[in-house]
Design a protein around this ligand. Structure first.
Ligand SMILES: [Zn+2]
Length: 283
């Protein structure tokens, strides 16, 4: 009898062993103390010492304030501020900032596989208005696709010099490792900058699914953040040739012939996260 009880306790595990990472990380209102550190991987990690991006600043306004996803590694906050300043300096009202990370990073409810270490951020293509928006407007205003009728062509009335400049400024930033955009947006950038001199930064602009309402900035693992697992570097070249042509064909969008019916992905448990992340989440 006692043996059976012990066995039951053993199988149930310690308290909280079955919590999903999403529920614990999502429960925090504020960051953990100390300097910023990215821990784990882009899709499996967390953020120590997160910094908050203020709702308004010179050249930016944060959208969807209720989500509390305006946190990031201090380097990411600096990158967003610098991008905003650059856009303002060029004579535009500014940028609209979408999701960065939760205060302590980790997975988010119903959104993004990445954005977990405070090194990823979404910037809307739609320009900021010249007035400060109300909190309600920031919840309700929709992002705008840059594509003409869901094609691979950008709408020149929407995707113009300002949007190209946002991508160029972000890609020229040494702290930025890669930027995800829709293949049609990459195509438009290749048309404008493909022949330009000094365009090595174009290689950082990577075609990917979605990303025609916003672009996604990803920073490299910050120097000194030893628990941050880097990704493979972006391939050499500006990425306007064959690799982009592949994205224009049917292959990336065709179901795989041997595909099994899609199962809902399992939510990872907190105890499957790196030990440092478990501490930060439980603190
Ligand atoms: Zn994103």
């Amino acid at each position: 009898m006692i043996k059976a009880l012990f066995l039951m306790l053993f199988l149930a595990g310690p308290l909280g062993a079955s919590e999903t990472a999403e529920e614990v990380f999502g429960s925090h209102e504020g960051a953990s103390p100390g300097s910023s550190r990215a821990i784990g991987g882009y899709t499996y990690g967390c953020l120590a010492g997160g910094r908050m991006l203020e709702a308004n600043g010179p050249g930016w306004q944060v959208m969807r304030l209720s989500r509390n996803r305006y946190w990031g590694h201090e380097l990411l906050i600096d990158v967003v501020r610098d991008l905003a300043a650059g856009i303002k300096q060029a004579g535009h009202a500014g940028i609209l900032v979408g999701d960065l990370s939760q205060p302590r990073g980790g997975p988010m409810h119903k959104a993004h596989r990445s954005h977990q270490m405070g090194l990823d951020g979404d910037i809307w293509f739609k320009p900021a208005p010249d007035h400060e928006m109300s909190a309600k407007a920031r919840e309700n205003i929709s992002a705008v696709s840059m594509l003409k009728d869901a094609s691979f062509d950008t709408d020149p009335n929407l995707f113009g010099a300002r949007e190209q400049l946002m991508l160029e400024l972000a890609a020229r930033d040494e702290r930025v490792e890669r930027i995800f955009v829709h293949p049609g947006i990459k195509k438009a950038m290749c048309a404008v900058k493909g022949e330009a001199r000094d365009n090595a930064w174009m290689g950082k602009i990577r075609p990917w699914y979605g990303h025609h309402y916003h672009f996604h900035i990803r920073l490299s693992c910050p120097p000194g953040d030893q628990l941050c697992k880097p990704q493979a570097p972006v391939p050499a070249g500006i990425g306007c040739g064959e690799a982009l042509a592949w994205w224009m064909g049917p292959e990336p969008y065709a179901p795989k012939p041997d595909a099994k019916p899609k199962k809902k992905p399992r939510k990872p448990l907190l105890r499957e996260y790196p030990a440092s992340c478990q501490l930060i989440a439980r603190d």
